[in-house]
Design a protein around this ligand. Sequence first.
Ligand SMILES: *[C@@H]1O[C@H](CO)[C@@H](O)[C@H](O)[C@H]1NC(C)=O
Length: 354
Amino acid sequence: MRHRWIFFYFSALVLHGFNTNLQNRMTKHFWRRLRFWNASLSDCTTVRNIILTKPLKSIAPDDFRKHVNNIQACPWQYNRTEDNALKQEFKKCCNTSHMLLVSQDNTPLGHNLRYEVSQNKAVKVTESIHRMLPESSPFKGKQFKTCAVVGNGGILRNSLCGREIDNTDFVFRLNLAPLNSPEDVGTNCDLVTANPSILVSRFERLIERRKPFVDLVRSFGSAMIVMPAFSYVRNKDISFRVLHAMEDFSLKNKVVFFHPDYLRNLYKHWRKKGLQAKRLSSGMMLVSAAIELCHSVTLYGFWPFSLDLDGNLLTHHYYDDKHPSPGFHAMPEEFYFYTKMHLKGALYLHIGKC
Ligand SMILES: *[C@@H]1O[C@H](CO)[C@@H](O)[C@H](O)[C@H]1NC(C)=O
C-alpha cells in the first residue's frame, strides 16, 4: 500500500504542469505494472477457482468485476491441450471452416434454406441467390496462425493496441465500427460483420443514396463483409442490396452470409455449455469461429462494465461519447465465458493497455 502512495506522489510530481494524453497513458501504464507486482499467486488461484466452478448467477456483479480485474494481473499461459479440446468441440458441433458462410457447395440450387430465427420460414435458393454465393467456403482447409477479434467496447479507447492488432494474421471486426483511431484499434481488417440495423438507422436501407455506405465500406480495404441475411426474414433483402451495392460501385469486398444452420448449431452448443441468452451476439459468433479458424486468438475491446480497470467511466463504444448506465452494459454472460477460456489458456482476453 505504501508503495502505491509513494508512486502516486512521484507520478503526480512528474505530471505537474503536463497533462498531455501521452503522459496520461504512460501513468496508466505504470499503474498496470504496479498491479502486476501486487498480485499474489494465491489470489490468482482463488479467482480462477471461482470463475471456473461457479455459475455467473452466483457471483455478484461487483465481485465479478473485481475478479476480472485481478485476473489481469495474473500470469497467463497458453495451454495446448485445452485449446485443442475446444477446437475439436467447435469442429464437431459447428464445422466453422465449411459451414460458417452460405456457399454453393454447402447449399445446392433449389435448397430450402431455413431462417435461423424466423420460425418455420425458409428461402428457396433460386438461381439468382445461388449466383451471389461463393463457390466454396473461403476457409476450407485454412488455419491462420494468429488472429485478433476486435470488440467495440469503450475499453479500447486510449489502449494503444492498434499495432498489436495489425500485427496479427487475420483481424475480425464487428458491425463496421469505424477505424477512426489507428493507434488504438489498428487499420487492418480481414472480416467485418454488418448488422442490418445500422443500414436501417444510418443508411436509409440503401434505398436512397448509397455512396455514404460505400465510402464507409471502402475504409475497410478488401475485408469480407459478413451479414446475417438468413437470420430474420427482414434481413434478407437488405443484405442482398449490400452485395449489389458493392458490385455496382466496383468494390472488391466480398459480401457473404452467415449460414443459418451454423448459427443454430452454435447457439445450441453454447446453451449446452450453460449460456442462457436468447441469442448469441455477433461478437460471440466471431469469437467461436476464430477459435476454430485460428491457431491462437486474442480478444480486444470486450469488456462488459461501465468502469475501466482504474475505475474511470467508459464510453459505450470506443468510437462514440455515449456513457452507459452504471453496472453492466453489454453481454456480461458471454464475457464470463470468454474469461473462462482465458483462464484455461485457450485464448487471451486482452483488457486495458497494450
Ligand atoms: C465439415 O463439413 C465438410 C463438408 O460438408 C465435411 O467434409 C467434413 O467432414 C465436416 N467435418 C466435420 C468434423 O464434421
